[in-house]
Design a protein around this ligand. Sequence first.
Ligand SMILES: *Cc1c(COP(=O)(O)O)cnc(C)c1O
Length: 361
Amino acid sequence: MIEYENLGLLNKPFFEEFKAAFAATLESGWYILGNKVKEFETTYAQYHGSKHFLGLANGLDALTLSLRAFNFAPGDEVIVPSNTYIATILSVVECGLKPVLVEPDIHTYNIDPAQIEAAITPRTRAIIVVHLYGKSCEMDKIVAIKEKHNLVLIEDCAQSHAATFKGQLTGTFGEFGAFSFYPTKNLGALGDAGGLLCNDDALATTIRRLRNYGSDVKYYNELVGMNSRLDEIQAAFLLVKLQHLAQITEHKRALAAIYQEGIKSDFIKPVVHPDYFDVFHIYNVRHERRDELKQYLLDNGVKTDIHYPLPPDRQKAMQGIIAAQPYPISAEIHRTTLSLPCSYYHTKADIEQVVAVINKF
Ligand SMILES: *Cc1c(COP(=O)(O)O)cnc(C)c1O
């Protein structure tokens, strides 16, 4: 059986380094906002050529705090893609703001820049783009819209560590790049972790306060904050993993290339274009008879996943929150998409076997 993912095997090559990092942190006696968090923040900011990275508890908090930093008025609108993981939209709702969904491009699965302007109203304050599956959005067009309408731009980079658009890393185009280091992500910790990339000193100070009860000087509270700190031990693990990110990325890209080359044209494969350096957090294909295909692959020893089975606008939790109108492109992607195994631990032989099996469907 070829599994879809196995986090133990994915992390196995790093076990010895993780153990050393754990031991060092344990012995340091400093478990919250210590040197490991500082070192990871500095290293991850430098990796992006950005001024600041603020470690936070998880990706959802990163998105939520990025919005909170601007003190938008209740009911202000935030544009989000209709085709995304629910967390993107939850962050908007959590801040008392109104999510306005914009449809994706059917080829890239990412927010369609051509449809953003029609969704802008006098109450629009921000756009959150999501670089889904590890492919950047069309950032030149999106930055132009942001500037023309004077909007805040936040990038949800939970799936796009190391991905670039025209040579520029995702997370560096807007006010904030919001990252998740959930264990399955391309840069994954061994528990929950996240953070925000930003270039602005004042915004960085606000986030530093918001994550720590509103305080950056102990016992003096400037803001009504929360507790959303990146854990010291997770920062130690992330420092190890970050050293291997290039190798993880290259491996996933090599596996994706085998699919891209080998899978028959009966299946709709991801588009590749020289402007985009894709990191394949997820390698998906689309097919009319997706559910049947998933079962066929399972019967033939290949486990798959679906990202995602039910679109945000059709989630029970979003009734009365998301405008009740059809989102046909998002619906079509959700109906037909299937994620194939593409983990750091999979071998080229694994992927060749998946190709052989899928081509006989
Ligand atoms: C994983 C993910 C998140 C949430 O990250 P957590 O760390 O699990 O809170 C947000 N957006 C997208 C697109 C994701 O894939």
